[in-house]
Design a protein around this ligand. Sequence first.
Ligand code: ATP
Ligand code: MG
Length: 160
Amino acid sequence: MTGSRSAPPASRELPTRRATIRLARELSMLLAPGDLVLLSGPLGAGKTFFTRALLRALGVPHAVPVQSPTFALVHEHGARFPVLHVDLYRVGGGEEVELLGLRERREEALLVVEWGDAYESELGGGALRIGIEVAQKSRRARLAVGDGGRPELQQFVARG
Ligand SMILES: Nc1ncnc2c1ncn2[C@@H]1O[C@H](COP(=O)(O)OP(=O)(O)OP(=O)(O)O)[C@@H](O)[C@H]1O
Ligand SMILES: [Mg+2]
């Protein structure tokens, strides 16, 4: 059984960092306040790298550093609209996620969350989930797999 989804997850090869930047730029044209992007993949896969590229594409100037919010949990950026960059690697559990009040912020902000797959409902659901897999063939190669979210977003992940 493959479940009830009608379409398989969309995937795109990211042979270089440039390809990851291109994916972020393309998605930036469609993302809007209310959207939730969940980024998964092993340590060092490129979740923060992707988010940085997305924020640049949404208008955060290069002079503004975009660092991993591993300890602060949430970094807020003023882009074309507010973007909350979240890293839940160190969060204590669902109740702590609730206390961050992120679901409510979706009314006016885009949420991009690393290590948040376990907390999709606390974050308000309906996420575009992007999994970044590290390919064996090259140090730089990745595979992005998109699932969920608005259908047009998922289609973008599939375009190469
Ligand atoms: N194709 C690629 N796409 C994205 N990043 C790449 C690629 N090739 C190499 N890299 C490098 O991989 C590293 C990814 O680090 P990054 O901090 O983004 O990982 P992460 O998934 O956020 O890790 P963590 O789970 O620790 O938060 C960067 O140093 C980046 O330059
Ligand atoms: Mg990271």
